[in-house]
Design a protein around this ligand. Structure first.
Ligand code: NI
Length: 255
């Protein structure tokens, strides 16, 4: 069975059919999903979904878009949430220099504070890095110790750079863009990174893979990501599914 290592089922685009969709996960060959938060509100929703559903686990964190709204109370609140059952990571956290919704210095400050929280709680981190590869890497390098580990979610940078993140103890997670016809870099990453270091995800409701582009994304579409990796590596989809499932259980500490 497949694992979708990143899906926002708390999103309002699932309000009309969330229950059915979750009920059908098994039927669609999805063993479990990780639902990350993007702010306090969605982190709380993720925790609630995880408590109510066997095949959902949560991550709690504040996305760089909302870093400008953070203060010490937010960290205290995240800490409390992170101790709830089935919270398996801090995320999604990171840097976004494409939208620059929060000032960069503020993004960096709260990225670091949330990394420190994850290390304190001995949890992996789920990283959002958009057009901020250098700073993301430099902060991770600075914070690197035996506790630091995590996932580069919807990895967008080069194959070259992926080696540096892997060296720091990070998994490279591929999403829908690897299936896009003109996606040269994600395809290079899928071919060049060992299966030992790969995860797969949908980032639902965003980043819908080919051939469903333009429609809302759902966890079941993660198989198209797995199939593309299999095709690029010249191996079976079963091998991709088995190994990425194993990797997800390892990094999130799920039995
Ligand atoms: Ni996301």
């Amino acid at each position: 069975m497949l694992v979708d290592s990143h899906a926002h089922l708390d999103d309002k685009r699932f309000d009309n059919d969330r229950e059915d969709l979750i009920k059908n996960l098994r039927e669609n060959n999805i063993e479990f999903i990780i639902n990350p938060g993007a702010d306090l509100k969605t982190s709380r929703k993720a925790v609630k979904l995880a408590k109510e559903n066997e095949n959902i686990y949560a991550a709690v964190g504040v996305h760089p878009h909302d870093a400008g709204d953070m203060d010490e109370n937010t960290i205290a609140e995240l800490k409390k949430l992170a101790k709830e059952e089935k919270v398996v990571a801090i995320g999604e956290i990171g840097l976004d220099y494409y939208y620059d919704n929060s000032p960069r210095e503020i993004q960096k400050k709260w990225f670091k504070e949330q990394i420190k929280l994850a290390k304190e709680l001995d949890l992996p981190i789920i990283i959002h890095d958009r057009d901020a590869h250098e700073d993301t890497y430099n902060i991770l390098k600075e914070e690197n110790d035996e506790k630091l580990r995590g996932i580069m979610h919807c990895y967008q940078s080069s194959l070259e750079m992926s080696k540096q993140f892997i060296e720091l103890g990070f998994f490279i997670s591929l999403a829908g863009p690897v299936t896009f016809k003109n996606a040269k870099t994600p395809k290079e990453v899928a071919s060049g990174v060992s299966l030992d270091n790969l995860l797969i995800e949908t980032d639902s409701p965003y980043l819908t893979p080919h051939p469903y582009r333009g429609k809302r994304n759902e966890p079941k579409h993660v198989k198209h990501v797995a199939q593309m990796i299999a095709d690029l590596k010249g191996i079976s989809i079963e091998e991709v599914i088995q190994k990425t499932n194993q990797n997800a259980k390892k990094i999130f500490g799920i039995k």
